[in-house]
Unconditional design. Structure first.
Length: 211
């Protein structure tokens, strides 16, 4: 699929110039005159990135960056601005921007930044897919298995889990066996790795951290 570059800038002439350049280089483009218009369109998860102006009428670039993050949109952002300063660029990069470039910008520098952003998108998308798969496996656990899982990945022994849950060690062993099968893992270390990647070890004991 040809990547889609979202261009967000309140300068109509700049938007058109960027669109012509990127289309000539084989990209698809979508144009927005404001940050609010991009939010209204709810950008899809298809491969792409965002070229974003910093200073715009209404929602500014940094504010839009925060809103997109809150919405879980993983499209990388390349900031383009004619009013760049170090504090603004540092804030943008710390918040996850791929690059912070000054207008006017050369074709080579722009295309290189876009290619880096697209590569970053692929990495983020693959990571998101892997996490969704792990979460789907965890979601197959029964409520009791979820409780056992939350304790076992914290290093609790079978007898400790049995005591805490008011059941027998034999029952805990059966739950552990079922958990390992459902998660498709062979060792406790693999199960702990899944819990870490899903952020479940930060959740209270007895919860699976995903619901």
């Amino acid at each position: 699929m040809v990547p889609l570059v979202h261009i967000v800038d309140d300068d109509a002439a700049f938007r058109r110039a960027m669109a012509r350049l990127l289309q000539a280089c084989g990209y698809r483009v979508a144009l927005y005159e404001s940050g609010n218009r991009l939010l209204e369109s709810a950008p899809s998860a298809e491969p792409g990135c965002i070229l974003l102006d910093v200073r715009m009428t209404g929602l500014g670039g940094l504010e839009l960056q925060d809103r997109l993050h809150e919405c879980g949109i993983i499209l990388p952002i390349v900031f383009l601005t004619g009013y760049g300063d170090i504090p603004t660029s540092v804030r943008a990069i710390k918040a996850g921007a791929e690059d912070f470039l000054s207008k006017p910008i050369s074709k080579g520098i722009l295309l290189a930044a876009i290619e880096r952003a697209l590569a970053r998108y692929e990495e983020a998308h693959e990571r998101q897919v892997r996490l969704a798969s792990l979460r789907a496996h965890v979601d197959t656990l029964t409520p009791r298995e979820s409780e056992v899982f939350a304790l076992m990945v914290r290093g609790k022994l079978n007898k400790q889990i049995a005591y805490q849950l008011g059941t027998s060690e034999r029952t805990v062993k059966a739950h552990r066996h079922s958990i390992m099968e459902k998660l498709r893992v062979q060792s406790l270390a693999e199960a702990v790795s899944i819990a870490e990647r899903l952020g479940m070890l930060a959740a209270p004991e007895g919860t699976n951290g995903t619901r």
